[in-house]
Design a binder for this molecule. Structure first.
Ligand code: UGA
Length: 433
C-alpha cells in the first residue's frame, strides 16, 4: 500500500521504516529539514536499536522516502499521524499544536476514501473533533494508538502485543478493512486486534501509560516505607511479583520514571479529567507524579548525606543521562535531573552516558561530561548509577574501587549486587533496600 507518516520523531520515523519493512511504500514527512535530510541519507537522528538497519534497507529498496512537503503524501491510501503531543508550556494539559497542524496541512492533499490514522497520544475527544475537519474532503479518520517502548521500538511496531483501531460508526467496516490491509502480515500471526470507538481507543492508550506509571510509583512508595523500616523493596517486588495478578514487570524501584511519555501523559490525563468535571477520578495521578519526583531528590539527599551535608566542590560521577537504557532520549530524564540538582548544590558533577551526552550537553552545557566511563570514575568521591545501562550493571566492584578517590556508590536503579560491592570495600546505598 501507499502510506504516509506525518512526524518523523521516535514514533513516526520508526513507524515509517517499519511499514516499509513490511512491504509498503512509505513517505515520511516532517517540517524539520535537518531531520528529513538525515533520514533521507539513512542516518538515524536518534539512538534506537535496529532502526538504522530497517531505515537503510527501506531507502535502498526505493520504498521509503522522506520529505518536508505535504504534497508528497497526496498518493497515500493511509496517512499516519505520529507527531508529538508534549506538555503545554502554560499548564499540565497536552499541547495539540502539532497534531492540529498536521491535519490542517494534510487536508488540501487528501484523496477521497483515504484514511488518516492517528497514532499520537491525544486527550479523549480529539479524534471526534478532527474527524469533523477531515469530513468535507471525503477522507476518513481512525485512531490507532501506538504502544511502542523506546529501546524496543522496531520490535514493538512490527510485532505488537495488540492492535487497537478506534473508528467512526459510519465508515467502520471500510476503515477496519483498510487498517487490516496495512497490518496484514502482523495479523497473520494472530495478533489480537480490537475495534472500538474513538473515545475508547484514545483512553486505551492514556490509561495504559497511567497504569504503568502507577505501578512504578507504587513500588517506589514501598521503597519509601522500606527505607524507614529496614526492609528491602527488591525482595518485596520479587515476592509480590510471583502473584500472576500483580506480575513482576514494571516493579523496579529506583529513581523513577521519565521520558517523553509517562510523565506528560499522566499530567495531560489529569488535566483532561478536570475539564470533563471528573478531576476526582484521576486525582491519584497527582500523587503518582509526586512520588515519582521525590525519588530523584532521594538520590541527591543520599549523596549529600554521605558528605555530611554539603556536596560543594565534591567530585561526583553520575552514570547515566538517558531516561532509560538503549536510548539517547533525555526528555524528563530522572538521571539528568539528578545530575543537574547535584550541580546546583555546588558538586563537581562529571556525567557519562554511552549515547545521551550530545543531547544532554545541548540542554545543560553547564555540566561536565566525560568521554568515557573510566574518565567519569577517575578521582570521583561518590558514584551515582542513575540509568541502568548494561556497562554500568556489569561494573566490577574491585576494579572500579581502584579508579575512584572514595568508594561510595549510590545505586539509583537497584541493579548492583550490594553484597559484592560491600565486599570490595564500597559503601553501598540503593533505593529502598
Ligand atoms: C512508554 C510505554 O511503556 C509504552 O508502552 C508507550 O508506547 C510509550 O511510553 C509511549 O507512550 O510512547 P517508554 O517511554 O519508551 O514507553 O518507556 P518505558 O519503558 O515505559 O519506561 C518509562 C520510564 O519508567 C523509564 O524512565 C524507566 O526507567 C522507568 N521504569 C520502568 C522504572 O522506573 N521502573 C520500572 O520498573 C520500569
Amino acid at each position: 500500500m501507499q502510506l504516509s507518516v506525518i512526524g518523523c520523531g521516535y514514533l513516526g520515523a520508526v513507524h515509517a521504516a517499519s511499514m516499509a519493512s513490511l512491504g509498503h511504500t512509505v513517505v515520511g514527512i516532517d517540517v524539520d529539514e535537518a531531520k528529513i535530510a538525515k533520514l533521507s541519507q539513512g542516518v538515524a537522528p536518534f539512538h534506537e536499536p535496529g532502526f538504522t538497519e530497517i531505515l537503510q534497507a527501506g531507502i535502498d529498496s526505493g520504498r521509503l522516502t522522506f520529505s518536508t512537503d505535504f504534497a508528497a503524501a497526496a498518493d497515500a491510501d493511509v496517512h499516519f499521524i505520529g507527531v508529538g503531543t508534549p506538555q503545554r508550556k502554560d499548564g499540565q494539559g497536552a499541547d495539540l499544536t502539532y497534531v492540529d497542524a498536521s491535519v490542517a496541512s494534510l487536508v488540501p492533499h487528501l484523496k477521497a476514501g483515504s484514511l488518516i490514522a492517528g497514532k499520537s497520544t491525544v486527550p479523549v475527544g480529539t479524534a471526534a473533533r478532527l474527524a469533523e475537519i477531515v469530513a468535507p474532503t471525503g477522507a476518513h479518520l481512525a485512531w490507532n494508538p501506538e504502544f511502542l517502548r523506546e529501546g524496543f521500538a522496531v520490535k514493538d511496531t512490527v510485532d505488537p502485543d495488540r492492535l487497537v483501531y478506534g473508528v467512526a460508526d459510519a465508515t467502520r467496516d471500510e476503515d477496519v478493512a483498510t487498517l487490516d490491509a496495512v497490518y496484514a502480515s502482523i495479523l497473520e500471526r494472530e495478533t489480537p486486534r480490537l475495534v472500538m470507538d474513538y473515545a475508547t481507543a484514545e483512553l486505551v492508550k492514556i490509561s495504559a501509560n497511567s497504569f504503568l506509571a502507577t505501578k512504578i510509583s507504587f513500588i517506589n512508595a514501598m521503597a519509601e516505607i522500606a527505607e524507614v523500616t529496614g526492609a528491602d523493596v527488591t525482595q518485596l517486588a520479587d515476592a509480590i511479583g510471583y502473584d500472576a495478578r500483580i506480575g513482576r514487570k514494571f516493579l523496579n524501584a529506583g529513581v523513577g520514571f521519565g521520558g517523553g511519555c509517562l510523565p506528560k501523559d499522566i499530567r495531560a490525563f489529569t488535566a483532561r479529567a478536570e475539564e470533563l468535571g471528573k478531576g476526582d477520578s484521576l486525582a491519584f495521578l497527582k500523587e503518582i507524579d509526586e512520588i515519582n519526583l521525590r525519588r530523584r531528590q532521594r538520590v541527591v539527599d543520599l549523596v549529600v548525606d554521605s558528605f555530611d551535608g554539603s556536596v560543594f566542590g565534591k567530585r561526583v560521577a553520575v552514570l547515566g543521562l538517558a531516561f532509560k537504557p538503549d536510548s539517547d532520549d533525555i526528555r524528563d530524564s530522572p538521571a539528568l535531573d539528578v545530575a543537574v540538582r547535584l550541580k546546583g548544590l555546588g558538586a563537581e558533577v562529571v556525567a557519562y552516558d554511552p549515547e545521551a551526552i550530545e543531547n544532554a550537553r545541548r540542554l545543560h552545557p553547564q555540566l561536565s561530561y566525560a568521554d568515557s566511563l573510566d574518565a567519569a570514575l577517575e578521582g570521583s568521591e561518590a558514584v551515582a548509577v542513575v540509568t541502568e545501562w548494561k556497562q554500568f550493571r556489569e561494573l566490577d566492584p574491585a576494579e572500579t574501587a581502584a579508579k575512584v578517590a572514595r568508594p561510595v556508590i549510590f545505586d539509583g536503579r537497584n541493579v548492583l549486587d550490594p553484597a559484592a560491592w560491600r565486599a570490595a570495600g564500597w559503601t553501598y546505598a540503593g533505593m529502598g533496600r
